[in-house]
Design a protein around this ligand. Sequence first.
Ligand SMILES: Nc1ncnc2c1ncn2[C@@H]1O[C@H](COP(=O)(O)OP(=O)(O)OP(=O)(O)O)[C@@H](O)[C@H]1O
Ligand SMILES: [Mg+2]
Length: 246
Amino acid sequence: MLEISDLHVDAGGRKILRGVNLNIKDGETCVLFGPNGSGKSTLMSAIMGYGTCKVTKGNIVFKGEDITDLPVDERARLGIGMMMQRPPNVVGVKLGDLVKAASGGDGGTLQRAGEFRMKPLLDRDVNVGFSGGEIKRSELLQLTAQKPEFILLDEPESGVDLESIDLIGKKVHDLLYESNSRCPSERRVSSLVITHTGQILNYIGADTAYIMREGQIRCSGRPMDMLKDIKERGYGECIECRRVKI
Ligand SMILES: Nc1ncnc2c1ncn2[C@@H]1O[C@H](COP(=O)(O)OP(=O)(O)OP(=O)(O)O)[C@@H](O)[C@H]1O
Ligand SMILES: [Mg+2]
């Protein structure tokens, strides 16, 4: 579904991504680990075509089409959706109107908002004054309305209280596994999920994990094994038996 080859990205005049290679298959759920500042969010922004980062080399192919130079709205129309780590305030745009537009006006906005405990926020400007947890639920609510085929989730559980994590986890599960199938070839949606704590992995059956360091994806492995390694030994040396160096 997504093929990234030798991707180099600059932001603010600095080289952030230094040759990223990544293939995500149809229906695959991938996890991206990595220390703060290693370039994980920059990779997601580059895939979505969002923000000021600039691709200087390499390309991004989505469903066979080179999208490296496409604007963000065209990528969204092709079926890419993103839950941002720090989404912007959108002054003058009500959350309810945005969710309605994202769904193509299918009439399900109120019901969806109820499921996310977001009804009282529908009349407010998007993200303006939202708490950390409200921003996460708002982002997921928008994605649920948009129904993308490829979903980027940047730390979906970060800053969420212990009760709301259950709601977020179940909603992420529903978003990724509409068919309730654990077999990738029977799933409609592919995804790339950034997590530090791994809490979201209690709700989704991730297939492959990657570690990013200093703007490169260094190794891949089984998500729960890699999380255990990282907790015990940090992001550093690859454990040959569990992680495959890239
Ligand atoms: N517009 C910019 N101008 C200058 N530096 C930038 C810009 N955007 C990103 N960076 C830098 O690029 C590096 C990677 O940032 P990024 O947000 O991708 O990291 P991350 O892996 O997502 O980290 P975290 O786990 O803390 O979210 C950081 O050092 C950041 O300060
Ligand atoms: Mg980040």
